[in-house]
Design a protein around this ligand. Structure first.
Ligand SMILES: Cc1cc2nc3c(=O)[nH]c(=O)nc-3n(C[C@H](O)[C@H](O)[C@H](O)COP(=O)(O)O)c2cc1C
Length: 185
């Protein structure tokens, strides 16, 4: 399995780190793009860039438009953007491919491959909602890191694992990162 994993400038960089960790754990080949926005947020949130780099096949900066993954001839199975900023959401939804994240996503969309996006912002602007709609119409999976309380999380790790589990589910990767609803009887 070959996956492009982009980590962009929204809160929740740890989601990107954990996704890369889980994918590397099942021996997937992970090509990671880190945006400049994400590198800025790294100053304020837990995120281990060195670990992410060591788990990835290659780590790219957003301006590397000459990278192999900028071409649709580079064969990948799917792409995940977690967390996804409203700016990156907009650029992908509107085909404005000015960096490696939006360009790689454009390739995935034009080949009808799987694109999983974890947009994070609250509250949402009408633009953001419209952009999610546009991406959904192109069959992207929109998986915002929205809290649930019914499984009684006890720690930030529990909450993170719930989100990462949902993201991996959307990629089609089996996982036991959260307790699934088992029905009431
Ligand atoms: C500490 C911090 C937290 C931020 N959190 C968010 C966020 O949760 N969602 C969002 O859309 N933008 C957020 N931003 C703004 C984006 O980082 C900014 O719009 C940036 O241009 C996104 O670029 P990128 O998508 O290329 O990484 C945040 C910025 C900072 C400095």
């Amino acid at each position: 399995m070959r996956v492009v994993a982009a980590i962009t400038g929204a809160s929740g960089l740890i989601l990107g780190e954990r996704v890369v960790e889980e994918l590397a754990g099942i021996k997937a080949k992970v090509y990671v793009i880190i945006s400049d926005g994400a590198l800025k947020i790294r100053e304020y949130e837990p995120f281990n860039l060195e670990k992410v780099e060591s788990l990835s096949c290659k780590l790219y900066r957003e301006d590397e438009l000459d990278a192999e993954i900028a071409s649709s001839s580079f064969n990948i199975d799917s792409m995940i953007i977690a967390p996804c900023s409203m700016k990156t959401l907009s650029s992908i939804a509107n085909g404005f491919s000015d960096n490696l994240v939006s360009r790689a996503a454009e390739n995935v969309l034009k080949l009808n491959k799987k694109l999983v996006v974890a947009p994070r912002d609250t509250p949402l602007s009408l633009n953001a909602i419209e952009n999610m709609r546009k991406l959904k119409l192109q069959d992207a999976l929109i998986v915002p890191p929205n809290m649930a309380y019914y499984y009684k999380p006890e720690s930030i790790d529990d909450i993170t694992n719930f989100f990462v589990g949902k993201l991996l589910d959307s990629l089609g990767v089996e996982n036991k990162l959260y307790r699934r609803w088992g029905g009431t009887r």
